[in-house]
Structure formats: C-alpha cells, structure tokens
Design a protein around this ligand. Sequence first.
Ligand code: RNT
Ligand code: ZN
Length: 423
Amino acid sequence: MVKANEVESAYKVAKERYAEIGVDTEAMMEKLSKIKLSVHCWQGDDIHGFLNPEQELTGGIGVSGDYPGIARTPDELTGDLSKAFSLIPGNHKVALHTLYAVTDKKKDFDEIGPEDFKYWVDWAKKEGAGLDMNPTFFSHPMVKNNFTLASPEKDVRDYWIKVGKQSRAIANYFGEELGQQSVNNFWIPDGFKDNPIDKQGPRQRLIESLDEIFEKKYDEKNTIEAVEGKLFGTGIESYTVGSHLFYDNYAISRGKLWTIDAGHWHPTEDVSDKFSAFMPFGKGLMLHVSRPVRWDSDHVVIFDEALVRIMRSLVRDNELERTNIGLDFFDATINRVAAWVVGARATQKALLQAMLAPIDDLKKAELNFDFTTRLAVTEELKSYPFGAVWDEFCLRNNVPVGSDWLDDIHKYEQEVQFPRDAK
Ligand code: RNT
Ligand code: ZN
C-alpha cells in the first residue's frame, strides 16, 4: 500500500517545483476534477448488450479474448461499472448503445425507446453519473451487405432511420432526467469490401437519412448529436461511406459535433493536429479516445505519446469546454474492469500533465519567435514531477494511489466476476 504521508510530502515538493515556473498545481487539480469522461459501457461485455446477446458482432469491429467473468446482465454490468468508478477519480458519464436497453418484452432495435432505459437512469442517479447515447447500427439482421443508413434499399434505410430517431428520444430523456447534456453519437459501418463504382450515391443517401433523423428539434440542453467517421473496417476496406471528410463537412453544415476516434486514421496521422482546424468552424468535438495497433483500432488506452499529444492540444488551445472526452476500446484478454480503469486513469494523467505547464509563457515565447525557449522548456517539463500531483489527486478523490487499485480488482474478480462463470 502506498503511504498517504509519502504521497503528501512528495506532493509538497512537486507543488513548489511547479510554482517556480508559475504553475498552480491546486488550480490544475481543481480543473481536472471538473472534466467528465464518457466511459463506454461496451468494454464490460465485449459489445454483446442485452437485446440479442447471441448475435455475432458485426460492422467490421471485433473483440478478442475470453478472460473469465464477463458481465451478462444489467446488474452485473452496472456492478462492474460502479467498481471501475470507485477506482477512477472524479465524476463521469457512461456511454450506452441501443443494445443495452433493459426490457422484459421482446423488442426490436427500432422499438426501443426511453422507457427501456429507465434502469440506466435510475442507476445513473444513484451513482451520480451522466449518460451518453449511441444508436446501434450493427449486430442485427437488418444490416444488409454492410449497409444501414446508406443502403440502396429503402426498407433497410427506413428501419435504421427509425432506430436513429428513437435514440434521440432516449438521449433527450437522459438529458431531462439527469440535468446534463447527453451526447448521442452516430457511427454506422456502411461501406464496401472492394472498389465501388458509385462513390457519391451512398453518401447522398447517408445525408438524406441523417437529415431525416435530425429533423425533429430537441433542446440542446438535453442532447446533441455527434457524427463519427472512420477510415475502414475489417471486411469493409475499400470504401467507407461515413469517411472523416464526409462527417467533418456534415457536422459543420448541420451544427453537430464531430467525433474523432483516435483509432480510425492512417497510422502516421496525428489526430491532435485536427482539433484546431475544425474548431474555428465547428460546434464542438466528441473524442473516442482509443489506441490503434496495426489493423485494430481499439486497444486499451495507455499513457503514450499519441494520448499526451491529444490532451496537450485540447489544453493548450483551451478547447476542453467544447470537447466531450469519451473512451472507446475493447479488450477481453484482461480483466474488463481493469481495462476501464487503465484507460480512464491514463486519459486523466495525460490531461493533468498537459495542464501542468506554463502555457501562457510558452505562447509568449512563440509569439516572440523564441523557439529556443519553447523547445527547452517543453523538453524539461517532461520530467517534472507530475506523477506526485496525480497521486495527490487520487488521494484527495478517495481512490487508490499508484497500482494499489489492482488489489481491489483481484479481490473483485475472485468474489464477484469469476463465480459468474459457474452459474
Ligand atoms: C467503431 C466505432 C464505434 C464503436 C462503438 C461500439 O469503429 O469506433 O464508436 O466502437 O459504437
Ligand atoms: Zn469510436
């Protein structure tokens, strides 16, 4: 166990080191405590959901691994989420999908409405969490030849348009009940494995479907939509209808949020460079913080250079207000609750490190073309004792410091998760 008095004395030293360069660690911890992450429920059960858990996962995404103790029921999943939240500092949101409706009746995706998410609203109120939404456009027989909203078949489009409209009513209900905006994120898998002839037709159809879904006005205090593009999916490699450029333009022209999933780009593309090009024109961003590894876009987020660059951009350009930070990864080779904790804590650490910098001074140096100072200071900052501030932040937020949280996970899997498999 990490000793509290050691954390505190290390923090005292760190606080002084940062104060010497004009950085107020207290103010930055305060700022960090206000940032809510949108934690994706689907890491907890490998995107099975409760509506048709037997159905194979489609849409060109995949989860590998069979770590024991997967959550199979609403109570198991919310139990796991509560466990994760007890190990992550701060107050957060949970991102849901149509698939996670809780209903006794046999209902199809397009029939799922606000009443089927009462379970989640009750839980969120108890937990003090917010809720975000995602309409599910995969893992269903109405996905025909990898097409949903952009399908050439009207009955297929109409079915999915209804799913989209219902998701907005659900997100609006979350906003009303929980008193905070619910972001409703649209991602569809539509695309071709091989080279298409007509690249414009599917995009035209997607525009029309989305416009129809978004026709009804909801109070943005309650909900706003976000649109998520992608480079390719597995089995859908040659053409993605909802590409990045498509949704960038759609979001700007329709006043929606643009979702940037960090796993969805060419491997050498730096997503952190994109925010400042979009924000002057756009309403705001939704992030799916994720980690691409070769052909998979969804490894557990770690404190790596890509994550650090993302958070630095948001902090330095002062865009945290207009950015919703969500997580999106799935790994079933490790404890699923631990995956949430690792990804969320890494994201918060990267935010904190970005905040602990003399940003105004660095901007001034840059304006004066003093690139020597810019380079020297940013390099030195990398070895400043931000870890001591992070530990203090954990201590103050009553969550375990360092890897102490792993003891909780080991206990939890023995007592709660592993016994599930015997039942
Ligand atoms: C898929 C998108 C999407 C999904 C979730 C489950 O490539 O990233 O966000 O991961 O909707
Ligand atoms: Zn995503």
